[in-house]
Design a protein around this ligand. Structure first.
Ligand code: UGA
Length: 428
């Protein structure tokens, strides 16, 4: 027997993963999206984005009829009890989060609901959004029907979405309603992690504070990496040496080209913008952005200093995605590296195991060997396993000059040096 009837509104990687996790827990889930193509893809058992393991679960639950996808908003809202909002909150004017999709969804819920519902916001939204959702729903109801709104931010990462969703470090439930709070605690009762119960405003801020702290941690280690280069110290020793301190923790201390993706850059900006609205400045986060934005320049400068100049030289850029195991190239530092190289009149050849690019100035190759052939330098922009496990001996035979600039510090430098490569990482 199904325990709950859940509607997931927005079938991006958060919505789709959330939907499938609830199917696994035994609930009956419906997915809806304004993009008909996404719905058609999902109905046919295919994902419209790359995320390991999710396709298998999708096919399993389509076959078992635990999950279905529809375009019929009215029916979907009426038939379900728990409505999860998982739509995008893109960066709007002045860095603030654009709530147009949240507003549209809330209005649809208001117009179409016919009995008590719990509306759960999983999208990353500014403090006070739950109250706005309540208002938008009420404004669109033709008669007063009771409902509750809960803020339940999501902390899963692209590339490890399923594992993160099944094994979260914590679950955050924020609501002003005890009834809704109890429904949510029951929904998550099988999860072996702490549940933080608070009000919706705090829950909304927890999400931004978490993402911003992690972004800050990355910028901190990247700035340390710059100092390490000057002092001739290896940053990986520093990361290890401080990471064993439980108060600091080992994760997110990998120096590299900086953070990208659809979340950190947008969310740090949104938090700064939110604080500004309340006449507060978050100078520490402004500095984190500065370090992050200048990290590709720092890297290119390093390449230029080493090679004398890059003009006319041919480079193989390996990796376009903002990290491994995703096809997402949004805000990827790789774009910036390529742009900076082209601006210096260098020639760029590109490889990525998954992502396709549209920049006509840059030829994109299917095979790594083809990409690196005849190049004056290899630049690693994404830490794909494919690059870590390359037959670097073979690579050495086809390049013009055996130099590797590892923008993710992900290769085994000692082995590469043994093979005869010149190896340059970040903060090394
Ligand atoms: C991030 C958060 O980690 C998730 O908890 C959150 O749910 C998600 O945003 C979101 O708000 O939806 P994600 O953007 O998928 O997840 O990627 P991360 O794994 O956090 O990596 C972000 C960027 O930081 C990547 O470009 C990565 O290469 C970079 N990074 C990460 C480093 O440069 N160094 C590190 O040590 C770790």
């Amino acid at each position: 027997m199904w325990r709950l009837k859940i509607l997931v509104i927005g079938t991006g990687y958060v919505g789709t993963t959330t939907a499938l996790v609830f199917c696994e827990l035994g609930h009956k889930v419906t997915g809806i999206d304004i993009d008909g193509n996404k719905i058609n893809f999902l109905k046919s058992g295919k994902l419209h984005f790359y995320e390991k393991g999710l396709d298998v679960l999708l096919q399993k639950h389509l076959t078992n009829h635990n999950i279905s996808f529809t375009n019929d908003t009215k029916k979907a809202i009426r038939e379900n009890d728990l409505l999860f909002i998982c739509v995008g909150t893109p960066q709007g004017q002045d860095g603030e989060a654009d709530l147009q999709y949240i507003k549209n969804v809330s209005e649809e819920i208001g117009k179409n609901m016919d009995r008590y519902k719990v509306i759960v916001d999983k999208s990353t939204v500014p403090v006070g959004t739950a109250e706005l959702v309540i208002k938008w729903i009420k404004d669109n109801q033709t008669e007063p029907i009771p409902f509750d709104v809960v803020s339940n931010p999501e902390f899963l990462r692209e590339g490890s979405a399923l594992n993160d969703a099944f094994h979260p470090d914590r679950i955050v439930i924020g609501s002003f309603s005890k009834k809704a709070e109890d429904i949510m605690i029951d929904l998550y009762k099988d999860f072996q992690c702490p549940i933080v119960v608070t009000d919706s405003k705090a829950a909304e801020l927890i999400k931004y504070a978490a993402n911003s702290f992690l972004a800050l941690k990355i910028s901190y280690i990247n700035e340390m990496a710059r100092l390490c280069e000057t002092l001739k110290i290896d940053i990986t020793d520093i990361s290890e040496g401080i990471g064993f301190d439980k108060r600091i923790g080992k994760q997110f201390l990998n120096a590299g080209l900086g953070y990208g993706g659809s979340c950190f850059p947008k969310d740090v900006n949104a938090l700064i913008s939110m604080a500004k609205k309340h006449d507060k400045s978050l100078s520490i986060l402004e500095s984190a952005i500065k370090v992050n934005e200048s990290q590709p320049n720092f890297f290119i400068q390093k390449i230029k200093e080493f090679l004398g100049e890059v003009s006319g030289k041919r480079f193989a850029v390996l990796g376009l995605t903002f990290k491994e195991n995703t096809d997402d190239t949004r805000e990827s530092p790789s774009h910036k590296v390529i742009r900076l190289l082209l601006d210096e009149n260098a020639k760029v050849r590109l490889h990525d195991p998954v992502a396709k690019q549209t920049n006509k100035e840059v030829p994109h190759f299917e095979e790594v060997m083809e990409t690196v052939a005849g190049t004056d330098g290899i630049i690693i922009c994404t830490e794909w396993s494919e690059y870590k496990n390359l037959d670097w001996n073979k690579v050495k035979d086809v390049v013009k000059t055996p130099i590797i600039f590892d923008g993710r510090n992900c290769l085994n430098s000692a082995e590469l040096i043994k093979l005869g490569f010149i190896y340059k990482g970040i903060g090394k």
